[in-house]
Design a protein around this ligand. Sequence first.
Ligand SMILES: Nc1ncnc2c1ncn2[C@@H]1O[C@H](COP(=O)(O)OP(=O)(O)OP(=O)(O)O)[C@@H](O)[C@H]1O
Ligand SMILES: [Mg+2]
Length: 473
Amino acid sequence: MSLRARLLAAFAYVLVIVIVALLVPLGINLQKRLHGEVESLASDQAELVATAASRGLGSPRQLGRLASESAQNLDGRVLIVDASGIVLADSETARTLGENYGTRARPELSKALGGRTEQGLRQSETLDEELLATAVPVISGGRVRGAVRVTQSVDAVNSAVRDDILALAGVAALALVIGLGVAWILAGSIARPLRGLAGVARRMAGGELGARAEPRGSREQVALSNAFNEMADRLNAVLDSQRDFVANASHQLRTPLTGLQLRIEAAKGKTRGAATARDLDAAERETQRLSELVSALLTLAESEEAAESAEEAELASVSSAAAERWRDTSAEAGHELVVLGRGTAVVGGSEADLAVILDNLIENAIKYSSPGSPIEIGWKLGDGAVVLAVSNRGAPLPEEELEGAFKRFQRGTGAARGGGTGLGLSIVAALARRWGASARLRNEPDGIAAEVVLVAADGTLPTHNPGPVGSMT
Ligand SMILES: Nc1ncnc2c1ncn2[C@@H]1O[C@H](COP(=O)(O)OP(=O)(O)OP(=O)(O)O)[C@@H](O)[C@H]1O
Ligand SMILES: [Mg+2]
């Protein structure tokens, strides 16, 4: 889960809790208050009508006016009955006049006629809706003379409550969206420097040792970037000194080594004994090996230095030059050397470095391929990259050997077939890294392909596919 998603989830969690904690009691309270207000208004009005009715019970017209006026105020129905429950006035219709309403179907009226004020919700069977019924006795001279009943539909109140709660929910949703928007921006500002730092770390891992993080963001983020840059500087210093040491040591070893070789050669000329001559031959081979090792170490140390400037090379010319260099050697070993790549492929890298890369790959192909089999040099286009490959026939290598071959002094199971230091592919990898490229060994259906994935130079990709590269896929 990304940092942004985590922060958003945390914000959403807190916001939802706060909103629910505030809105639920607010909604309940609102509902109670609205209902309470309606109830007390209905009671007051009913009392008022009852008081007025106690003075005018004898006049049906006066009662009728009273009922319809207060019904208008309340937006409900007002009914006045006499002591026996007979309807004297009804704000809604004249048809009920004279009917007995003091029945069980209207319990509030029975209770009011018993001298008690009654208020409650009940389902009206005639209207099929929920009603708030308020009934109060009409008392005159200490006796119950009748009752006033006010009925109102609570649907209107409920829908008002619903509207208010919906409005509150809308405000809550808006608050949530704004909160999440703020969280999104905040998370981005926290994640951006971290992403930048990760990018720099990846570039360094890819060989760009000069890459540094840009110190920006909060104080902690700046401190992190500075600490990272400090670490990178120290790491670079250690690597530089290690490389310098190897380069200096190899360089220093060269002179005495050449001296040693000359002396062995001179001793060989002077000796008469066959046994001594054999020993001197062996010593000469060992110094030769030592000399190769020293040269390879020096090349490796130099290969690990960063490139000083951006350079570009064209693979067709670099490949045919390499093929020319190795044509005789490979013919002597019984291998035909073919350049399969066609078209122009310009890549980031110097011609000199690509020549060393190809020399090492062709040398390996000659050393490790099946006798008499051809060796192919080719290239093909990838996604913004050009893959340069040297392929040879031979038995497939186990997975760990394919990866391990690029480690220093690492020699595989097939290495016994030819002399070597185990530094060839390390040099290839170091030179490739210098140009933002990478190297790999791959098993192919009929052999091994050593590939270098190079960065294609901008705007110089071949206009047509350069064609198949051996058995490259
Ligand atoms: N084309 C190939 N086919 C099969 N095995 C290979 C091939 N290229 C490399 N290898 C294996 O990878 C190992 C490492 O190769 P690398 O070039 O680094 O060293 P080397 O060839 O043994 O020595 P050097 O290159 O210093 O003479 C080899 O010993 C060999 O086992
Ligand atoms: Mg080699």
